[in-house]
Design a protein around this ligand. Sequence first.
Ligand code: MEV
Length: 410
Amino acid sequence: MNKDERLAFLRNLADLSESETKLLADPCSGINFEMSNRMIENAIGTMPLPLGVATGFLINGKDYVVPMATEEPSIIAACSKAAKIARSSGGFRAYADKPIMIGQVQLVSVAFPDAGLKVISNKPKLISIANNYSRTVKATDINVKWIDDQVASGAGKMLIVEILVDTKDAMGANAINTMCEAISSELERITDGEAVVKVLSNYTTRRLVRCNAIFRKEDLGGERIVDRILYSYSFAYSDVYRAVTNNKGVMNGIDALAVATGQDFRAIEAAAHAYASRDGTYRSITTWKKTNDGDLLGELEIPIAVGIVGGVTNVNPLVMIGLKILGVKSSSDLAMIISAVGLAQNLSAILALATVGIQKGHMKLHARNIAISAGAQGNLVDIIASRMIREGNIRSSRAKEIILSMTGHE
Ligand code: MEV
């Protein structure tokens, strides 16, 4: 499809209005200076990123077109390719926990050893104070733990009070931070301690998403390829240098969708990497196995804290369009799609690594970029890119020579 056909398709799919479709065609007009200046400090403008869609995703029996904002070539193609392969065995199956987040209050100088018990016996009061500050997001429980001062800061033994919050369809950061601050003076009164840090935890281990998919051996190129993918998984499981790169690939997909839907991708990243090292060693965040039929079964379990209401979703019109294209009805839906995209991205990367290598896929877009930067326009871009690929000589100087030979001028 050309640009207009793509926009018409999305307009129809997501029931976009005329102005939303116009915004997609010219995304830079989405956030004007006043909006930027309200969102951040010392604003000078906006920083646009290419926005595209990955296709072919079948997740829990439903089709999705996935908006992705990224500057990296091949990510959207890689996701779409893996989604297509997964379709032939029923697509992705995903399951999300309830959106429970944790807020933490650190109490120092707590003299009574039974202070934790006192906090627990005041649970109903603390929960009700917290819930006074929120209409939708709800505090549901409170836990306590003691931790040692391992850096000799002088804090001594610290009592950490953790408030569990059901954030429903919000990411929840603002509400949780407000709740933590709201209960801190009551906690100081109960424990006779001093509250220092009061903030959410981005390690959202109660908000896990699990996703799996089977990729049939015939679609991957045969049993030998399945074996080679498993060798590559073994490498990423056991070696931190490979694991980081493997997980970076997973996050290529996750971040691109997170950005297109206005999520706090730093929070998702931080939680994912911590979770990848939950047994004490940083490992591949995905797992891969061979099924009894010799096919490849991939799984991704990851903490994902996202929201479809509140935060930037109410401010950036492009975010609302991204969510409309996805057609998600809850934060859990969004989290499940994000996990499927992460798994898809990883499959394509390790399939390429186990077969032709990753450079082949990158080559076409790279060659086009070189052709454009050498001055090619219109049809010439693809003609020059293909010729440079055929010749195995993708360089600006070669692109300029071809432009000269074809057009008579530089
Ligand atoms: C490139 O952005 C991501 C990959 O390096 C991931 C991987 O090696 O698994 C291709």
